[in-house]
Design a protein around this ligand. Structure first.
Ligand SMILES: Cc1ncc(C[n+]2csc(CCOP(=O)(O)OP(=O)(O)O)c2C)c(N)n1
Ligand code: SF4
Length: 245
């Protein structure tokens, strides 16, 4: 069988088996290829496993330390307004250390795409609790499970975005082929909004971290379907500035 790989994919996935980052990297590369944006794409990436996008996708990139990717992407876009500028970040990077950058780039309605990979933990550093860790979920820093009275409720960044005037807002997942295809469409819509000058797009993608969830890749998908999506429901929420739900 012929193996078709977008030309910006530089190597086979180097993430853990079953990790969602590999699928998402591939979707980003496919979307850039199909929209003919490969040669004018600029990425500001993160700390965490998300940062391997530097070695996975062959477009010009700057690694922005500790949640600062939306600020770096803002600078890129203002200097190169005809380029397709995006950030690629985990939930720890973008909503723990980098929450203010995230909210203020959205508040300014910068013409960038923020890709937010929500796997519910700090993946690279050993599975610590992150802003999106679910109540009751055990992590290496809350070994008896996230407790509302001790740690607060999980942070739903998409819900915060719903209150802002931005161009596009959606949440996808990597659980199965239909959801992966919808997620690809969300990424396309986001880049389309940017290239039409409509403003800021935020695409959250619910993704497994089998290594730190201590689950097999298949059981990780089951956990997302049975538990995670009840707290982080999928769909499009804002399109061309219009609130859809
Ligand atoms: C200020 C600061 N605190 C902590 C770290 C350590 N650190 C590096 S990656 C990372 C976790 C990132 O998690 P997330 O963004 O969720 O990405 P994932 O690995 O899950 O893709 C942390 C805490 C750091 N580099 N700098
Ligand atoms: S530690 Fe988790 S997020 Fe990082 S590559 Fe492995 S499965 Fe993916």
């Amino acid at each position: 069988m012929e193996r078709r790989v977008p030309k910006t994919i530089l190597q086979d996935s180097k993430y853990c088996p079953g990790c969602g980052h590999g699928v998402i990297n591939r979707l980003v590369a496919e979307v850039l290829h199909e929209m003919n944006l490969e040669d004018k794409a600029l990425c500001a990436t993160a700390v965490g496993c998300a940062c391997w996008v530097l070695e996975m996708i062959g477009v010009d990139q700057v690694q922005a330390q500790h949640g600062r990717a939306p600020a770096v992407a803002t600078g890129m876009k203002r200097c190169c307004p005809d380029h397709a500028v995006f950030t690629y970040q985990g939930d720890g990077d973008a909503s723990a250390i980098g929450l203010s950058e995230t909210i203020w780039a959205a508040r300014r309605n910068e013409k960038i795409v923020q890709i937010y990979v929500n796997n519910g933990v700090f993946g690279m550093t050993g599975g610590q609790m992150s802003p999106t860790t679910l109540l009751g979920q055990k992590t290496s820093t809350c070994t008896t499970g996230r407790d509302e009275s001790m740690h607060g409720e999980p942070l739903n960044v998409l819900n915060m975005m719903k209150t802002l005037n931005i161009a596009y807002l959606a949440r996808g997942a990597t659980t199965n082929v239909p959801e992966i295809m919808k997620t690809k469409k969300y990424l396309q819509n986001a880049f389309e909004a940017q290239m039409k000058g409509e403003g800021f797009s935020f695409v959250e993608i619910v993704s497994p971290c089998p290594t730190n969830w201590n689950l097999s890749p298949l059981k990780s998908m089951d956990r997302i379907a049975d538990t995670v999506l009840k707290v982080y429901p999928l769909g499009e929420y804002i399109k061309r500035g219009e609130k859809l739900q």
